[in-house]
Design a protein around this ligand. Structure first.
Ligand code: C2O
Ligand code: CU
Ligand code: CU
Length: 509
């Protein structure tokens, strides 16, 4: 080769190498800035007026159950499947007892329930009962893994007011992906002591009492796109909404009033719900049950994991579209979805509507937690993906709380990103939001509270009934990527004078 005539005209090898390296850098730099530009220029998602409501809203079936020795027994099977989201082909999804989402479990206060949770997936998961008051061992958090092929059978007694709770996986570091693929369902509680009010509210499941599980997705062809945008910082923000797994859903309303049980089952997105004609509607329940009184509003914010029950009044023959409007800076700004708007669900009223009773003016007793009882305070500072500068450690107990005592927890978002704050095993009261009493729609029991950038919330928190010095409950940001990345801590509830124990080794984990 050296002797070939053309060789002398070649550039020296080092120069070639340099050129190669430089051009690679150039490609990298151009690519990087192109990617930045594309992200910055990405138009906000706006589906208002664009959605054709062509599919009837799917209503998750009520879960079957049997009663065995006085215990109501449900079965949930985590499984793979495929769903038709109108993407020109089946979309691979996960679900409970089906391809996507899961049946609605329903039980009454005072009942003992048992759930046979079978994991038919190829990977370990868990099932957590979000909002449920139960022993930590039954909670279904990261310390109760269910391996592929295994069955986990938690059992507890329902002991809390009527409420719209939900269930979803909680394997540490994988929760966002498992929920995003479709593992979620509702768990409705009834309370015989509240029967009178329940009767006068819309209460026929699937007819005038309807679950509304709102989730945003992004598709890559027929598949769910699971890669979150790096710029959002909060995880994946989709451009397509599913309600109960239905794209472009409408619901045929046959009664004067309809009760929507709204669940933000999205992994990252916060919604600002309202109607296309700005009509007012009554919020009747927050996460943990009925409010003291209906709160008339024309918009309602729900961050991931939060629920609200609302009653909407319809005129015969009219249509109303549930929307989600821009959340602006409070929702985190445009890179966190703050400039996005969506049409969510169309309500189509029949020409004749069955009469509905008026919403009672008094719904439930106000939460019995008062500032006078506070015996201790804690503060939680949210930054990045940390709480009080710490990231989740499965082997570390962060907080030890004495059962039956009332504490004030101050949660501060000292960050440029929106967060929220969820506590397992109990329901709390929002005492103050940035120093002021909370709006009426937040005046009931809560288990998850939105904490926008710069905001501070004071919560009154009390754990009752179940103690376990060794097994922790979780508290965390319910923006699931944050949770997965470590924005979570562990607390144990102990008897007076008792100390926290050591977290037992989980099998295989
Ligand atoms: Cu909705 Cu820790 O959970
Ligand atoms: Cu929870
Ligand atoms: Cu967060």
């Amino acid at each position: 080769m050296r002797g070939r005539p053309g060789a002398r005209r070649r550039l020296p090898r080092w120069l070639l190498a340099l050129v190669a390296v430089l051009s690679l850098c150039l490609v990298g730099v151009v690519g990087f800035f192109g990617w930045v530009a594309v992200s910055f220029l990405r138009a906000p998602v706006d589906t208002v007026g664009e959605v054709e409501f062509t599919r009837p809203l799917h209503v998750p079936p009520l879960a079957e159950s049997r009663v065995e020795g006085g215990t109501r027994v449900f079965s949930l099977d985590l499984q793979e499947g495929s769903s038709d989201f109108g993407r020109g082909g089946p979309t691979p999804t996960w679900g409970f007892n089906g391809a996507y989402l899961g049946p609605t479990l329903r039980a009454a206060r005072g009942e003992r329930v048992r759930v046979e949770v079978h994991n038919g997936l190829d990977e370990t998961s868990t099932v957590h009962w979000h909002g449920m008051h139960l022993p930590a061992a039954m909670d279904g958090g990261p310390h109760q893994p269910v391996d592929p092929g295994e069955t986990w059978t938690p059992e507890w007694e329902i002991d809390q007011p009527a409420a719209t709770l939900w269930y979803h996986p909680h394997p540490h570091g994988e929760t966002a992906r498992h929920v995003y693929r479709g593992l979620a369902g509702m768990f409705l509680l009834d309370d015989p002591a509240q029967a009178e009010v329940a009767e006068s509210l819309p209460h026929e499941y699937g007819v005038d009492d309807v679950p509304v599980i709102v989730q945003d997705k992004r598709f890559d062809g027929g598949r769910l796109d699971e890669d979150g945008s790096v710029f959002s910082g909060i995880g994946l923000l989709g451009d397509t909404l599913l309600v109960n797994g239905t794209v472009g859903p409408y619901f045929d309303v046959t009664t004067e009033r309809v009760r929507l049980r709204l669940l933000n089952g999205s992994t990252a997105r916060t919604y600002r719900f309202g109607f296309d004609d700005a009509r007012s509607f009554d919020v009747i329940a927050s996460d943990g049950g009925l409010l003291p009184a209906p709160a008339p509003v024309d918009e309602l914010w729900l961050s991931p994991g939060e629920r609200a029950e609302v009653v909407v009044t319809m005129e015969p023959g009219e249509d109303a579209v549930l929307r989600s409007e821009e959340t602006g800076q409070r929702g985190g700004g445009r890179f966190q979805g703050g400039s996005d708007r969506f049409d969510v669900l169309q309500l189509r009223a029949a020409d004749e509507l069955a009469r509905s009773p008026g919403v009672p003016g008094r719904l439930a007793a106000a939460p019995d937690l008062s500032a006078d009882e506070v015996t201790g305070t804690r503060s939680f500072r949210l930054t990045g993906t940390s709480i009080n500068g710490k990231q989740m450690d499965m082997d570390r107990i962060d907080e030890t709380v004495t059962v039956d005592t009332t504490e004030r927890w101050t949660v501060r978002n000292a960050d440029g990103s929106p967060h929220n704050f969820h506590v397992h095993g109990t329901q709390f009261v929002v005492e103050r939001l940035d120093g002021a009493p909370p709006p009426a729609e937040l005046a009931g029991w809560k288990d998850t509270v939105f904490v926008p950038s710069g905001a501070e919330v004071d919560l009154l928190v009390r754990f009752t009934g179940h103690t376990d010095p060794d097994l922790p409950f979780m508290f965390h940001c319910h923006l699931l990527r944050h949770e997965d990345q470590g924005m979570m801590g562990q607390l144990v509830v102990v008897e007076p004078g008792e100390e926290a124990g050591a977290v037992p080794e989980d099998h295989d984990h």
